[in-house]
Design a protein around this ligand. Sequence first.
Ligand SMILES: [Zn+2]
Length: 571
Amino acid sequence: MARILITSAIPYINGIKHLGNLIGSQLPADLYARYNRGRGNEVMFLCATDEHGTPAELAAAKAGKPVAEYCAEMHGVQSDIADRFGLSFDHFGRSSSPQNHKLTQHFAGKLAEAGLIREVSEKQVYSNADGRFLPDRYIEGTCPNCGYEKARGDQCENCTKQLDPTDLIDPRSAISGSTDLEVRETKHLYLCQSQLKDQLDAWIDSKADWPVLTTSIAKKWLHDGDGLQDRGITRDLDWGVPVKKGDEDWPGMEGKVFYVWFDAPIEYIACAGEWAEATSRSDADWERWWRTDKGAEDVKYVQFMGKDNVPFHTLSFPATILGSGEPWKMVDHLKSFNYLNYDGGQFSTSQGRGVFMDQALDILPADYWRWWLLSHAPENSDSEFTWENFQTSVNKDLADVLGNFVSRITKFCRSKFSEAVPDGAYGEAEKALIADLTTRVRAYEQHMEAMEVRKSAQELRAIWVAGNEYLQNTAPWTAFKTDPEKAAGQVRMGLNLIRFYAVLSAPFIPTASAKMLSAMNTLDTSWPDDVDAALNALPAGHEFTVPEVLFAKITDEQREDWQERFSGTRD
Ligand SMILES: [Zn+2]
């Protein structure tokens, strides 16, 4: 039994995510977790909300709530939606947890001991009215280049000129609008990533099996221009992990917090500690996943994320771990995704364009979305959601191919035999089907293990189609008239195929899979290592029930209605 540690990029706390976010990390990670559990491997699947930083503070202010309260509430909302989408995390944690505070401070202390942290004095804009330093993009003013009145401190949106906040004419706080601003000196900690460049380079070179998309992005950041830059890891904010050196205060850093990008990936580890606490386990129970000196040598660690997150996962987070000098488990395989576009444009959170996770579940059950998103995952290039394609895919793959198969064979058995598996032998046609399915299941396993999401979906669909073709060719409804025993064997095969499909399809469509198993009145979810044995699992006389329709077809009227409803401006 293998041990697989899986993390999905952690979603930011300020709002409900859209389907493009979902397919970019959490959903394929769930597919892989469910597949590995199905194979009998030991899996630890972790995700969390990313809660620190200025955007969380501003979203809380907009909602008129203290930031801690806002984050607790939004964590609840995201956690509930994740459940309803069938995302099977072992734990869905929070980067604001006490475990992450402690571990982030611990890493900073170790990095300081190793001489990898330096202090830098910077000049930054302070707003007297807001009582805080302002990040560059929260200062607005008139662009000195084009005269645009709403230019931001980091860039003018109108003429795209890169700016310093001090370049702006009539600068003001974007938070309060106050013009009572001054430039103050402030000290920050920098992580000396440049000193770790060779170590990171060698580590990336050791990953021969990584996709080119991943290594090329990492190498570009390592070598282009002046190479890997040192990085500020603190901010002048209230909301975040207070800057400490392990358990000790950090002189000169009072009132400051770690930068959200420093503490967020550390939450992957801290989340396992939260899991141990939530399930009344010991530290040793989570450390065996994360410490190579405490049992994690044989763990395979896989990360899932969108391509924009690759630099942080191949460089910044590994720099933190390597720099600590401690034996933490590092990522073995990193699966990154391109973007999913929406109906001729992009998903847009600010414009409410596209389908958001809660809205998706309001109109259709999770399996419909899971199947479409996974079978169209943006793996080798960006992909596009269109309502026409969604309708076609759901109606053909789920309703016609899988759903119809289940309905047809169970109803036929009930009408001609009874609601129990009939007694009949397998002949040549069944042997041929078993041989074909054996080849296909082995291919399906290979694609799943390689995290080739689209290819896995294609193979699974081909496995469903093979059962349909078998039923079409053998036609038990015709055979029944002349040779009822032969028809009984064919029906026995058909009913066993339902259980077989339920097991193989569970990573993609877990709810429908559970319904199929329940209709077949079985708890046997064992993986078909031996396809012949798997297709004999339900013996003659085994009782079942005819399930309700598994997948309803999407009508043209529904499609047009939804297309209109999600074209922009979310209420
Ligand atoms: Zn401008």
